[in-house]
Ligand binder design. Structure first.
Ligand SMILES: NC(=O)c1ccc[n+]([C@@H]2O[C@H](COP(=O)([O-])OP(=O)(O)OC[C@H]3O[C@@H](n4cnc5c(N)ncnc54)[C@H](OP(=O)(O)O)[C@@H]3O)[C@@H](O)[C@H]2O)c1
Length: 322
């Protein structure tokens, strides 16, 4: 089969398209013929050897896919020919992938492969972040950094679907439309977001901050929180991991919460299907419709990764596999 290989740690431009054997079907795996793969930020860091979970070279990256089941173990509720989304973690940039049943999610008839491939990483991460860790309530106000990116658009859309008011933060005017398309009520520019939040909330501040960017966003974000506000640490796409003085959290009774979705479900794989079941009503109702960005054929995976690496991604970048 055709697949993408990370063969060195020379960065996104160095990934290669190769012919390799298909994964063998075993008693514990669902074999999926991949139609579309989602492109995620961890694949950018994997291409540089900077991801916290290191794999021996060469390997096939690709955390999430949508496609059809070729074969499935009995008693999984999955059958050959069924349309599914899945989270293999790695191996998804390939024509065929083998995935543990717990990480395979049936797609409703009205949900496309494109949507399916855009959901697992970002929407399940943000469901975990907003609902389980952030205790989001309808009527809360949520500030989302990197709101035109993959995690950001998912956070905006899910928070809005759960009844929140959403203020999006983007770095430039060219990203405003994407953040709005995701469903944000207001958009502010990163350079002056603190003042923007102050004006939009009448000095009150926001209940939750979703931060996949890191770096210098931390201080302004803590200043932008209302009393008992929650700051969700999702990632550091900006490159710098900020430090927080814990005594600064007392004045407004703030919480800083780490969002390690993978670390959480690795110890409790059944959590994935529980999350999917909670998203299904929103999916069927058309309330979760990922904002799609550029798409590339499999043999241009390097270009797809560079979209994220060079900060150009607007919405979810996809790979057409077949
Ligand atoms: N915690 C978890 O479980 C989990 C799960 C998935 C992803 N993540 C992490 O979340 C982060 C974002 O992932 P993503 O898929 O949303 O990526 P993305 O689509 O590329 O979006 C990242 C956003 O970060 C901002 N940014 C600021 N400085 C940047 C830089 N130097 N390079 C690239 N982007 C920069 C950009 O927004 P502006 O230009 O508007 O500032 C960009 O839209 C990554 O660190 C990823 O590893 C964490």
């Amino acid at each position: 089969m055709r697949a993408v290989h990370i063969t060195s740690h020379a960065g996104p431009a160095a990934v290669e398209v190769v012919e390799i054997d298909e994964p063998a079907a075993d008693a514990d795996s669902v074999v999926i013929d991949v139609h579309v793969a989602g492109v995620t930020y961890p694949e950018v860091t994997q291409s540089r050897g900077q991801y916290h979970l290191r794999r021996a070279l060469p390997f096939v990256p690709g955390a999430e896919v949508a496609g059809t089941v070729r074969s499935a173990p009995p008693n999984t509720g999955l059958t050959a020919g069924q349309r599914v989304a899945a989270f293999p973690g790695t191996g998804g940039y390939a024509e065929t992938v083998a995935v543990p049943p717990a990480a395979v999610f049936p797609l409703p008839y009205n949900v496309s492969f494109d949507t399916g491939a855009a959901l697992p990483m970002n929407y399940l991460t943000m469901h975990f972040g907003l609902v389980r860790r952030g205790h989001l309530k309808p009527g809360d106000t949520v500030l989302v950094h990197g709101a035109a990116g993959g995690v950001g658009t998912a956070a905006v859309q899910l928070a809005a679907a759960l009844g929140a008011r959403v203020i999006a933060v983007v770095s430039g005017p060219d990203k405003i439309d994407t953040a709005k398309a995701a469903g944000s009520d207001d958009v502010v520019l990163a350079g002056d977001f603190e003042e923007g939040v102050r004006q939009l909330t009448g000095e009150r501040g926001v209940d939750l901050v979703v931060d996949p960017v890191g770096g210098d966003r931390l201080t302004g974000s803590l200043n932008s929180l209302a009393r008992e506000g929650r700051y969700l640490v999702v990632g550091a796409a900006g490159g710098d991991v900020p430090q927080v003085r814990i005594d600064s959290l007392m004045r407004k009774n703030l919480d800083v919460s780490g969002i390690g979705w993978g670390a959480f479900w690795a110890e409790q794989p059944s959590f994935l299907r529980e999350q999917w079941a909670e998203l299904l009503p929103l999916l069927k109702a058309g309330k979760l419709s990922p904002v799609l960005g550029r798409r590339f054929p499999l043999d241009q995976a390097a270009r797809a990764l560079l979209e994220l690496d060079q900060r150009r991604a607007r919405g979810k970048v996809l790979l057409d596999v077949r």
